[in-house]
Design a protein around this ligand. Structure first.
Ligand code: NAD
Length: 351
């Protein structure tokens, strides 16, 4: 485990199998130097255990980076339940998951993710208090991630293209799910021209009818003559094959782990494409969680998520000044914050 390519100094990894409910789950707590590990629970029928482990490790690390770059008092963690959310999700399995979280005694705060929802968290809450969305107002779905991506995109368009608003901005959105569709609606409201793709024909019909989007086949989304490419479907889509096809000047989207490898950040920069770090653009969920404890009315939450736009603007300026890519800069800042917090934790214990 310690030499796993995605291990990246995870603090705690729990593998659990509940014989009665048949729950098979992994919880990965990446780093708690800044606070308890916060992250969603993904339920997915992974091909094998290695795929589940790889996914949970990469996602929990991403959660650390989201919280740290937004200067929030949380660490990063994530969990996966191996199974089909349509057929394998039972109250007994969810309660077993709740007990597992409770056993970590606050090291991990669990939230919803692909394959789980707020109702599932309510079942887990029978066993643990360490869940997100514990308050009534938070129970209503709010497109926080899409809102954050739109703010990051606005900041990048201002910095790279000198635009004061989004009117007429050409954006290609890959994936019209929980993030991509509301992002399209927000961008459309601000006058952006949208080109979209998805593998679900019903979503394409909605995008064409309600947002006036131009629909293209999935393989053609990369080469469109647009200002911004917004990946909102899945990860690793920025790679040797796709990057040379991009005509956009900016990549800014909601998908996690967009780069196949770290070398692809350099490949984008060499083509003059500004890449807004995915974990910054899509950090809306962590800010939303933070607001549960402060003011979780929709207006207050969205205003707090606006901060993603401010941080993006600041990072783009600093990266240019330092002649480094925005990702190198944000990675460096996050690691510095984690090291400082880790050192402070150590010295306060020693006192
Ligand atoms: P989702 O499953 O709701 O949507 C994904 C969409 O992509 C679906 O409409 C699907 O049909 C489409 N798709 C699948 N394969 C495709 C392909 N080859 N080409 C084009 N479209 C394709 O997922 P989501 O919640 O919208 O999340 C999207 C991404 O954003 C994921 O990487 C996720 O990890 C990340 N993310 C989501 C959230 C959130 O709040 N939902 C938060 C942070 C990050």
């Amino acid at each position: 485990m310690f030499s796993h390519p995605e291990f990246d100094s995870h603090e705690t990894i729990v593998f659990s199998r509940d014989a009665v409910s048949k729950l098979t789950a992994i919880i990965a707590v990446h780093n708690t130097a800044l606070g308890p590990g916060f992250g969603g629970c993904r339920m997915w029928p992974y091909e094998d255990e290695e795929a589940a482990l790889r996914d949970v490790l990469r996602l929990s690390r991403g959660m650390t980076y989201k919280a740290a770059i937004c200067e929030l008092p949380y660490g990063g963690a994530k969990s996966v339940i191996i199974g089909d959310s349509e057929t394998d999700k039972t109250p007994a399995a969810l309660r077993a998951m709740g007990r597992l979280v409770e056993g970590l005694n606050g090291l991990y705060i669990i939230a919803d993710d692909v394959g789980t929802n707020l109702d599932d968290l309510a079942v887990m809450r029978q066993e643990t208090s360490y869940t997100a969305a514990a308050t009534a107002a938070a129970g209503q779905p709010l497109a926080v991630t899409a809102h954050g991506v739109s703010k990051a995109l606005e900041a990048a368009a201002a910095f790279v293209l000198g635009r004061s608003d989004l009117a007429g901005l050409k954006v290609a959105v890959q994936g019209l799910g929980n993030v991509g569709m509301p992002l399209c609606r927000i961008l459309h409201e601000h006058g952006a021209e949208l080109t979209v793709c998805d593998i679900d024909p019903e979503r394409l019909v909605i995008a064409r009818r309600e947002i006036g989007a131009t629909v293209v086949p999935p393989g053609e989304i990369y080469g469109r003559g647009v200002d911004v490419f917004a990946p909102c479907a899945f990860g690793a889509i920025l790679n040797d094959e796709t990057i040379p096809r991009l005509k956009a000047k900016i990549v800014c989207g909601g998908a996690n782990n967009q780069l196949l490898g770290p070398e692809h950040d350099r490949a984008l920069a060499e083509r003059g494409i500004v890449y807004v770090p995915d974990y910054l653009a899509n950090a809306g969920g962590v800010i939303d969680f933070h607001m549960e404890h402060i003011d979780d009315t929709p207006d207050a939450v969205l205003r707090a998520v606006d901060r993603i736009g401010e941080i993006t603007a600041e990072m783009l300026v600093r990266a240019k000044t330092n002649a480094e890519t925005p990702l190198r800069l944000t990675d460096r800042l996050v690691r510095q914050r984690l090291d400082d917090a880790g050192a402070a934790r150590l010295s306060s214990k020693a006192d």
